[in-house]
Structures are given as C-alpha cells and as structure tokens.
Design a protein around this ligand. Structure first.
Ligand code: HEM
Length: 475
C-alpha cells in the first residue's frame, strides 16, 4: 500500500510541476500590461481627436503624437472600441502573417453592408483561402501578359484620345480604372452601361467615409440605395452569362471562373457580392496612385524628365499606334521606382484593421482577446528610421543601389500574409501603361492653384485639374 502511495506521489510530481508551470505562464501572460496610451473620454474615446487630426495637412498627426508619447505600440479608443495601434514594422508583419490564427479581419457593420456579406474582404477560413487564390490566379503576371495587357493598353489610349485641353485628372483616372476593372471581371467594353454603373459606384464609395454614425447619415442611406442598384445591374449580367455558359459559351474572365464553379459553385448573390467588392478594391486605390504619381512628377521636374526619357526610348522602337507588350513593361525600371515611391508616401490604404482571436503577447504587452488592432503601414513608410528624409518624394531611393534591405522589408503597400492584395501586379501594370501614354502624348501644367492635399487623407481634394498640350506620339 505504502509502495503504491509512493509511486502515485512520484508520478504526480511532474504533473503537478507542469500544472504549476502552466498556471505561472498563464498568470504571467495575464500580468503583461496593455500597450501604453489613453482611452480618452467615456464612449467617444479619442475619436474626435482622430477626426480633427486628419483635417490638418500633416499625414499622420494622430499617430505621430502618440508614438512620440508612448512608443510605436499604443492603446487608444476610437469608433466605440478600445484599439491598439501599431506603427512598428515587426508587429505589423506579425499581425499580417497571423491572419486566421491570432487575428481576423474586422470591418464595421456599415462597411460590411456596402461590401456585401459574400465579398472576399469579409470571408474567413477555408473559403477565404480558396477564393483568395482564385482571385490571385486571375490577376497574376502570366494572365496579365497573355490576356489583360492588350486591353489595358487599348482602353487607356481610348480614354486619353478623348481628352480635351483641360481635364480633371482624378476623375479621368477613376473612369479609366473602373472601365479596366469591368473589362477584366466580366469582359464588358466601356459604354453608357459602364458609365451609369460607375455613377452609382461613386455613391457607394462615399458611403465608406461616413463613419462613425452611418445610420444618421443621408450619404450612407444614399450609398445603400446605390449599392442595391449596382447589385441589380450586376445580377442581370450574371444571369445572362450563366445562361450562356450553360449553353457551352466560355469567357476567360473572373466571372467565367466563378460561374465555372472554380470557387465551389457560387450562387448569383454570392457572385454579385464578390464582384462588387473587387470593383471597390481595385478602383479608387489605383486611380488615386495614378493621379498622385502625376502630381509628384509635376513637382519634381528631374524625375519627370527621367521618366519621359524611359518611355520615349520604348516608343522609339515602335510604330505610333503599336501597343505595349510585356517586354516593354519589363523595361520600365524608373517607372517602377516612381510607383513605389508614390505608394510609399501617399497610399490611400494607410493600414488595416484586425480583431484579436485570443490574448496576444507581443513586445512585452498583452492585447486582450476580441480587441481591435490597427496596423499602420503609412506610419512605418514615413518613419525616418527606415526611409531617409521619409516625407520627401524621392523615386531614386528605389534604384538598384538603394534602398537598404531593411527598408524593403518594412514596405507593405499591398499588405501581406493570407490577405496580400491579389491586384498588386495588375495595379502596377495599369499605372505604368497610363504613365507611358500620358508622358509620350502630352505635356501638362496644373490648371489652377493645386488644392490636392499632399498626403491623401479623408479630406483630400479629389480632382486635380490640369491643362494639357498634345504631343501625339503614342495615341
Ligand atoms: C494601388 C492599388 C492598390 C492598393 C494600394 C491595394 C492595397 C491593398 C491592401 C493593403 C490590401 C490588404 C487589405 C487587408 O489586409 O485587409 C488589399 C486587399 C485586396 N485588394 Fe488591393 N490594392 C490595390 C489594387 C487592387 C486591384 C487592382 C485589385 C483588383 C484585383 C485589388 C483587389 C483586392 C482584394 C480583392 C483584396 C482583399 C484580399 C483579401 O481580403 O483576401 N486591389 N489591397
């Protein structure tokens, strides 16, 4: 009996020790503090400070001030919830890479309603993985090279050819990226139908910026109505194409892939939500970068001259109306520097929101389960520690002898991890082709005092009027 007692006691020692260790670890975990910061007033938190900060011209006033006081990981309270902000590249990478394990994407209900519940941006788990890779495969380099480039070149020219002597560049860029997305998603050429769809889209996008009180906002209600109209128009297209595909017709576009069941046999509603969100994701982002690249080039004549030289060299080997080919796109190294630099200083996607799925320990702090987290890409992209004279537009920093691998590692304009932007190459090609035809066909000057705020914030002036002179080399 005694022997049995001793055996049990001996066997229990490691178990008890393990339990104690676990308890200690869990206590330690819970004892790790929250990142420092202030939660502001009850309910509103620091939301008002956030909104008023972005009415100034400083690109990151809210984050800059708090990083100065608390460091690159801090706690605040915005839009009704305590939120941890990260301006730290390592933490941002950790957040992106742990998508689906420790963090999941999280959008307010008002945005989810506008996107549609079956959109890729809201999907999680296995379904997200499958649909993300389907989207990636529709916009990868070889598809762009073999199928999409020819339409991008044609539609960009078609647009530029119709320009008058004075245009609103942002408006024109939006028209172009919308037409490109519609063509790539469902093979529709531009016409009255695309233009009236785009008008509704503008209203939907305005709805994204009505936070934090969408239910009281006319803009939001108008956005929801416009979303319904967009969905109705797309449903008609989906039905028609479904009929055609049942009769054996096949189109090599995103809609074709969805109808063929590559996404697991989707319903009309699922396909429409999916398309609506893709159009949102690829439209405003790319057109803003096009416009701001032109703005920065106009303000940096040396860069504009170097860019022109690169494109005129490509044109010199081609007939006037000959389209750009993949090899041409691949011989635009300085253009890529300009695109990189514009994305660094002026990306409208300044970072991403996530929600913690468990208590997360990071850098000596705990972020409790269920908390909101904001990984700020822009704060890192504008940090002097990684980019010398970070707030100056300097495309040469991306040339082969620059920037340090340190800077490249912290550069995430398209996000990363399982939610890496599937349109990153497509966006680059669209911007490069646009710049090619612009600089080889026109000279320009801003038409009036330039009111476009240098860094795009929610208050960005959205037009950028310019006066054009036609040189007519490539159109
Ligand atoms: C300059 C242009 C663009 C920028 C700066 C940009 C940036 C981003 C970023 C940062 C994300 C990650 C969001 C997150 O992690 O929550 C993202 C996701 C996404 N982007 Fe882009 N994007 C651009 C163009 C495009 C284009 C042309 C398309 C069209 C194919 C596109 C489609 C998407 C989609 C569908 C997602 C969601 C991916 C997912 O949640 O799995 N984007 N984009």
């Amino acid at each position: 009996m005694m022997a049995l007692f001793i055996t049990i006691a001996l066997l229990s020692i490691p178990l008890v020790a393990a339990a104690l260790l676990l308890l200690r670890a869990s206590l330690r975990r819970r004892l790790l503090p929250l990142p420092p910061g202030t939660l502001g007033l009850p309910l509103v938190g620091e939301t008002l400070q956030l909104i008023s900060a972005y009415k100034t011209e400083n690109p990151e006033p809210f984050i800059d001030e708090r990083v100065g006081r608390f460091g690159t990981l801090f706690t605040t309270h915005v839009f009704g919830e305590p939120t941890v902000f990260s301006a730290d590249p390592e933490t941002n990478r950790f957040i992106l890479q742990n998508e689906g394990r420790l963090f999941e994407c999280s959008y307010p209900g008002s945005i989810a309603n506008l996107l549609g519940k079956h959109s890729l941006l809201l999907m999680t788990g296995g379904l997200h993985k499958r649909m993300h890779s389907l989207t990636m495969s529709f916009a990868n380099s070889s598809i762009i090279r073999d199928h999409l480039l020819v339409d991008i070149d044609r539609l960009v020219r078609l647009n530029l050819r119709s320009w008058s002597d004075r245009i609103l560049l942002m408006e024109e860029a939006k028209k172009i990226t919308f037409e490109l997305m519609v063509k790539q998603l469902m093979s529709y050429d531009p016409g009255d139908w695309t233009e009236s769809l785009r008008k509704e889209y503008v209203l939907v996008i305005e709805g994204f910026f009505t936070l934090p009180f969408p239910l009281f906002s006319t803009t939001y209600r108008r956005a929801i109505q416009a979303r319904t109209k967009v969905a109705e128009a797309l449903t008609l297209v989906v039905r028609q194409r479904r009929k055609e595909s049942e009769m054996g017709a096949k189109e090599e576009d995103m809609l074709g892939a969805l109808l063929a069941g590559d996404g697991g046999g989707s319903s009309d509603e699922e396909i429409v939500d999916f398309l609506v969100a893709l159009l949102v994701a690829g439209y405003e982002t790319t057109s803003t970068i096009m416009t701001l690249a032109v703005k920065f080039l106009t303000e940096t004549p040396l860069a504009l001259a170097q860019l022109k030289e690169e494109h005129e060299k490509i044109r010199a080997n081609k007939n006037r109306s000959e389209g750009l080919e993949w090899n041409d796109y691949k011989s635009m190294p300085f253009t890529q520097c300009v695109i990189n630099e514009t994305l660094r200083v002026a990306n409208i996607i300044s970072g991403v929101f996530r929600r913690t799925m468990a208590d997360v320990q990071i850098k000596g702090y705990t972020i409790p389960k269920g908390w909101k987290v904001f990984a700020s890409f822009r704060a890192v992209h504008l940090d002097q520690e990684y980019f010398k004279e970070a707030r100056t537009f300097n495309p040469w920093r991306w040339q082969s002898n620059g920037p340090s691998s340190n800077a490249v590692n912290v550069y995430t304009p398209f996000g990363g991890g399982p939610r890496l932007c599937p349109g990153y190459e497509l966006a680059r090609v669209e911007i490069a082709v646009f710049l090619h035809h612009l600089v080889t066909s026109f000279s320009w000057a801003p038409a009036e005092e330039d009111k476009l705020v240098f860094f795009p914030t929610t208050r960005m002036q959205k037009r950028y009027p310019i006066n054009l002179q036609r040189r007519n080399m490539s159109l």
